[in-house]
Design a protein around this ligand. Structure first.
Ligand code: NAD
Length: 470
């Protein structure tokens, strides 16, 4: 596909009950059984574990979640099995060792991954995550999600994702820099502005992108378009840092009339207060909406009178945790965050956080998925039964990759757009994508998620078959 030579692809083995009755909902607790399906052995790479107390997460992998939705859409689209097998597997999966000498004087070996899922619609595009739980299955799932996401918002990219199983919060800044540079040295051959363009994700930021660009430049000459999400001083785009959160809020405004909600009257809860969460919270507050609960990895707080998102963002930027925020809000059990009464719940942390064990406790009217794969298929079923309107990740959090696309376009032209122009163009794309998905959902009488997957898959199939790849 694209500039690449073809590779042998393995046919996915579908279980008999899936073939007969349609894709079954993966049961939480089964994780691992189908991990790696269609790609060889389940991933057994080393992982470190979280030490912070955290709310419960599903035992189902991101990979199983994405595969489930792909299977549902493929069946509804009547996609032939051989075509589905190509789209279900990745084009290329690279795993590398990332040896770094840390401050203790010892060499530590981390595992780094870059998965390129499908490049029919353009160069591969997707973030790089630094997190102790990163493994091949997770990166594979997130790469596939990027293929459908870039197609849903109709920007000319394929889907990719990368990551290193490192906890950057436990490293010195120069150690994080060494991890970033070492990782780039190992994967640069499969990257490039016309081939695959990384961006920030969980645990990485503009500074990490600057180191990646610099390392790539040592080998290829100054190439700002090789990564996006860079600092403004290094040809980053105005508006990129806020873009994912802004896109979440733009689709929320489009979705609100679907449940007769006035955005300026809404109450909301945020799970995760990093790049996506903090921006979404501030922009929701700008609309007049009120944050009544929020969590990060340190724990959760709640307050019916509202928690000031601007002040909380300043506090977190200065190194504070959500639970140290002195506002009169009460600390609550992180597991109880999902049960807070509100209009909108915005997951903006990790995958699998809304699951079989907590979905029926949710008391919101709408979920707007800032995070990738935050809702398991079982939870999705429960939320739909409860009449909760879900704006799925493939649509809701696409604002980041849309402005990454703008950054790449600006870099290729060595020309910079103003922030208002970026935000305006982002809004146009997000609103159009929302409308296209919502129209299809109304037409098919389905929720938004299957409609979004179908739209994305159809566009990729059209591009791949027009090229003659499938
Ligand atoms: P980030 O690292 O900036 O923030 C993650 C936040 O989640 C932090 O506040 C962290 O403390 C919190 N968190 C971690 N574990 C938690 C837990 N168990 N409970 C509650 N909070 C927890 O990451 P980000 O860039 O904001 O990404 C968040 C999500 O959005 C991820 O799923 C990511 O894949 C997705 N996403 C990000 C972008 C982007 O542009 N950054 C784009 C699309 C999707």
């Amino acid at each position: 596909m694209g500039d690449e030579a073809t590779e042998e692809l393995t046919e996915e083995q579908r279980s008999e009950d899936e073939a007969a009755d349609g894709p079954s909902v993966p049961q939480e607790g089964d994780a691992g059984a189908h991990a790696g399906s269609g790609h060889g052995e389940p991933d057994k790479s080393a992982k470190q574990t979280e030490e912070e107390p955290a709310p419960s997460r599903a035992e189902i992998s991101n990979y199983e979640i994405v595969e489930h939705w792909f299977n549902v859409a493929a069946e509804h689209l009547d996609l032939p099995d051989d075509i589905a097998a190509v789209l279900r597997s990745s084009y290329r999966e690279v795993q590398v060792q990332v040896p770094v000498r840390l401050g203790d004087g010892k060499l530590h070996v981390f595992s780094g991954y870059r998965v390129q899922h499908n490049g029919a619609r353009g160069p591969y595009k997707g973030g790089i995550r630094f997190h102790p739980e990163v493994d091949l299955d997770e990166v594979r799932a997130l790469a596939e999600l990027m293929t459908w996401k870039t197609a849903v918002v109709n920007i000319p990219y394929g889907g990719a994702k990368g990551g290193v199983n490192v906890d950057p919060s436990k490293l010195e800044k120069r150690e994080v820099e060494s991890v970033a540079r070492s990782f780039m040295d190992k994967i640069e051959k499969v990257l490039g502005p016309q081939r695959d363009i990384p961006a920030p994700d969980v645990g990485t930021n503009a500074q990490v992108m600057a180191w990646l660009m610099d390392e790539y430049g040592k080998l290829h000459g100054h190439t700002p378009a090789c990564v996006t999400g860079k600092p403004i001083a290094l040809e980053g785009s105005f508006g990129r840092e806020a873009a994912t959160g802004r896109g979440v809020v733009q689709v929320f405004c489009e979705a609100a009339p679907e449940i007769d909600l006035d955005p300026s009257d809404a109450t909301f809860v945020l799970q995760g207060f990093g790049n996506v969460g903090a921006w979404a919270a501030r922009l929701m507050q700008e609309l007049g909406a009120k944050m009544v609960g929020v969590a990060d990895a340190s724990g959760a707080i709640a307050g019916r009178d509202g928690i000031d998102a601007e002040k909380l963002a300043d506090h977190v930027r200065d190194g504070g945790k959500v639970t140290d925020f002195d506002t009169g809000a009460d600390e609550i059990d992180p597991d109880d965050l999902v049960a807070l009464e509100c209009d909108v719940f915005i997951p903006a942390a990790l995958g699998g956080m809304l699951h079989n064990g907590n979905a029926d406790r949710m008391q919101c009217r709408m979920v707007v998925e800032g995070a990738n794969s935050p809702t398991t298929p079982k939870a999705d079923e429960i939320l739909n039964e409860k009449g909760i309107f879900i704006v799925p990740d493939v649509l809701a959090n696409a604002g980041g990759v849309v402005v990454s696309y703008f950054e790449w376009v600006q870099n290729l032209q060595h020309f910079r757009w103003g922030e208002d122009e970026v935000n305006e163009r982002l809004g146009e794309i997000m609103r159009r994508a929302f409308r296209e998905v919502a129209d299809r959902a109304h037409e098919n009488d389905t929720p938004m998620r299957p409609a979004a997957y179908e739209l994305g898959i159809e566009r990729v199939v059209e591009a791949a078959s027009t090229r003659g790849y499938i």
